[in-house]
Write a protein that binds this ligand. Sequence first.
Ligand SMILES: Nc1ncnc2c1ncn2[C@@H]1O[C@H](COP(=O)(O)OP(=O)(O)OP(=O)(O)O)[C@@H](O)[C@H]1O
Length: 635
Amino acid sequence: MIDKAHQRSQSYGVAIHDEPDCSSLAKGRLSDMLEESRLLFQHAAPVMETLYEQIANTHSMVLLTSAKGMVLHSLGDNDFLEKASRVALIPGMDWSEKTKGTNAIGTALSEEEPITIYGSQHYMSANKSLTCSCSPIFDPYGQVVGALDVTGDHRSHHQHTLALVRMSAQMIENHMFAGSFPKAVRLHFHSRPEFLGTLVEGIAVFTPEGRFLSANRSAQFQLGLSFNALQAHTFSSLFDLPISALFELFGGSVQAPRQLCMHNGVAVWCRAEAKPASPWAAPQLAPVQPAEPPRSAAQRKPHFSSLQYLDTGDPQIAAIIHKLRRVADRDIPVMILGETGSGKDLLAQAIHNDSARAGQPFVPVNCASIPESLIEAELFGYEEGAFTGARKKGAMGKIAQAHGGTLFLDEIGDMPKHLQARLLRVLQERKVSPLGAGKEVEVDVTVISATHKNLKEMIARGEFREDLYYRLNGLVVRLPALRERSDFELVVRKVLQSLCASGQQMDIAPAVMELLAQYHWPGNVRQLHNLLRTAVAMVGDQGCIGLHDLPDDFLEELQGRSAWPATPAAATDTLLAAPGEALTDSQRLQDVTLNAMAQMLRLHKGNVSAAAKALGVSRNTIYRKKNLLPPDLLD
Ligand SMILES: Nc1ncnc2c1ncn2[C@@H]1O[C@H](COP(=O)(O)OP(=O)(O)OP(=O)(O)O)[C@@H](O)[C@H]1O
């Protein structure tokens, strides 16, 4: 990228050794540009202040530029501002590549990508004492409208700066997004429900008829499609559902997240929003029926939700479910312990969905994923003007959003100590006071918390309040790790089923099942879910998951852990066989793999690429086994 930028700079005729020139500064032009970029400036100014707070006293400054690279606004340390003015890094100056050659602002705008330009990478000698990190800012129509930059002394550059700048640019984009398309159907989504409502959630907007209008960066990333490519899509081509089904899915509630499957096979948790004025919510399409009583557990689809769905025969899980049913609807706080990925989140949702509060919001908060500086505002909400960067009309906190329903405090062990006391007060008094608000709001929530940390040890170290611990642990349940479960095969089948589209037939070769059962699953069901998702994609429409459908790194790990004993045995079948014919003895997998490779190499006359393609593995997988294969087989 830098080489290309230098070539462009050269072609623009930028002189490497020119002195910085402030003479082109035109006050009138700056005020015109500010007027033109008013919307951008409005959304960016508070974010710039927050960003500046993070980097204050690091000899650096925050800059906002127009889409053409003109500096619109800057905030910085006084000593550095002076240095910056010496290199003409001041409002009104043009930092496009055409005038300044390679620099983060100009190059990020040319490439439409975030970038850091380190000291000597600058094109002009005068700028080599700077290091700058810049991200372009896109408007809700996919157009670059400006850039956000942090520039500092090249000796005090911090490697996290670009990440901070990217996040801040995304925050500005999300704010602009929130104010656009008031009549559209808005879908918020993420593969992890606790990320809904946070900076990283995907937001896609459709017309009431389902035509694509816009998507933020995260949505483009999750859908695997650029803004331009998305123009050709509709809601149904992206989510395999007519848009009218959204209403049914959300049953009139916009709060409780539901699962949808994207066109690329990845499941995401979603919330949908449509303003009452939208025809989507108009009576002829889908009448809102607020008076409808919550559906009973029996009526609800047992889809990733009810306790019944989670009961797959393991006695420890059965005991947990039994205990949970006994305390159901008594507002007893439940604390779920368990390793990461063991299903704590899913269990919390199942508890909610089986409770009398099922028709009300289920609001997850991941205490570990929200920056410490934002968690207070996220949880308790804030009033207009409560702090720098606060939204115009304030925001409702997660606790208040959960009113009537369930608040799920995931990773409670990561809750900052100073907020633990406030949370305790809310739980005791059932009232919440948003930041900057004089009055308190009554809240009726039932609380479920979860953690993989040892809270008792944290209490002993003074890191977790004992009184809060006893408030939260009405009933403590410990989810077993996947390797400890006796219902492994059923869990595999269930996860597999959840990954298949309706009507898609997918089986798993018995030998593969045996192999999976021997693995130690440090990432628990989440790891299994991810592995099977890849395998299902490898198999395609329908068929049977064989060894060659598993990712190479997983197979290598299995080999490394000697889950494949090297028992020499004459293998006869191959794992590429149909389900009924597949091997049942995983002890012979090594030989079977080698045999399959040898067979394919013979068939393709030693052509490793063709054999690898036929086996569905990479060429390296075959090369790595080179020493174990007959030497005459490899070309
Ligand atoms: N019993 C189960 N059946 C089917 N899928 C499951 C089951 N348990 C967990 N999963 C799936 O595994 C993944 C991880 O589950 P979940 O997020 O509930 O774990 P977690 O313990 O909350 O993880 P973390 O500690 O990282 O927050 C999800 O995709 C979930 O759908």
